[in-house]
Design a protein around this ligand. Structure first.
Ligand SMILES: CC(C)(COP(=O)(O)OP(=O)(O)OC[C@H]1O[C@@H](n2cnc3c(N)ncnc32)[C@H](O)[C@@H]1OP(=O)(O)O)[C@@H](O)C(=O)NCCC(=O)NCCS
Length: 163
């Protein structure tokens, strides 16, 4: 396993696709579930590029849809690893709509996802550290650590509700 530290810029990913009628509800707007699917894919790609391992999605933080995206618009997803822990890592995915004729771009969602690196037998594996070189990158990672604490505490609450 290559544990050489990597920069977030090395795995940052941008996905662009046109919203087609098959992706939309009867009002002609992209389905929330389709956006969630694309967020999962965009987040996973950045994390695969960082880890070069298999991954599972462990958590998706709460998601807001600020604007609708209509058929014929572009949907753009930008993903970037924010912080790496031991076997898990957090990625941020920003979603934008872009009107083809005007180029008007709007932020429609921001999501934070956590992926866990696994081997072919499902065992967890260590992840290469993230190189943080600027104050801003260190702050982004610090904020991710705080979200992680909240997430793990929410997980314990959910797990304690098991029947
Ligand atoms: C995610 C999963 C691998 C965690 O397994 P687990 O045995 O509970 O994991 P552990 O408690 O040993 O934690 C492993 C790592 O995952 C992190 N983690 C586990 N659950 C998490 C959660 N809900 N949110 C954030 N991080 C989580 C832990 O913090 C730990 O990270 P670290 O090694 O970087 O410190 C397991 O619950 C699973 O397989 N879930 C199903 C995943 C899935 O099917 N996803 C959808 C399809 S891909």
């Amino acid at each position: 396993m290559d544990l050489t530290p990597k920069r977030a810029s090395e795995s940052a990913t941008e996905m662009v696709q046109v919203v087609l009628p098959n992706d939309a509800n009867p009002l002609g707007y992209i389905l929330g579930g389709t956006v969630m699917h694309l967020i999962d894919i965009a987040g996973a790609i950045a994390c695969h590029r960082h880890t070069r391992t298999l991954l599972v999605t462990a958590a998706v933080d709460d998601l807001q849809f600020l604007h609708s995206i209509k058929v014929g618009d572009l949907i753009i997803l930008k993903s970037r690893v924010t912080c790496v822990f031991t076997t898990s890592l957090e990625v941020r995915v920003d979603v934008f709509s872009e009107e083809i004729l005007t180029g008007r771009r709007q932020l429609t969602s921001t999501a934070f996802l956590t992926f866990v690196a696994i081997d072919r037998d499902g065992g967890k594996v260590r992840v290469a550290p993230l190189l943080t070189e600027t104050d801003e990158e260190r702050l982004v990672c610090e904020e991710a650590r705080r979200r992680r604490e909240l997430r793990l505490s929410r997980k314990s609450q959910v797990a304690s509700h098991k029947t």
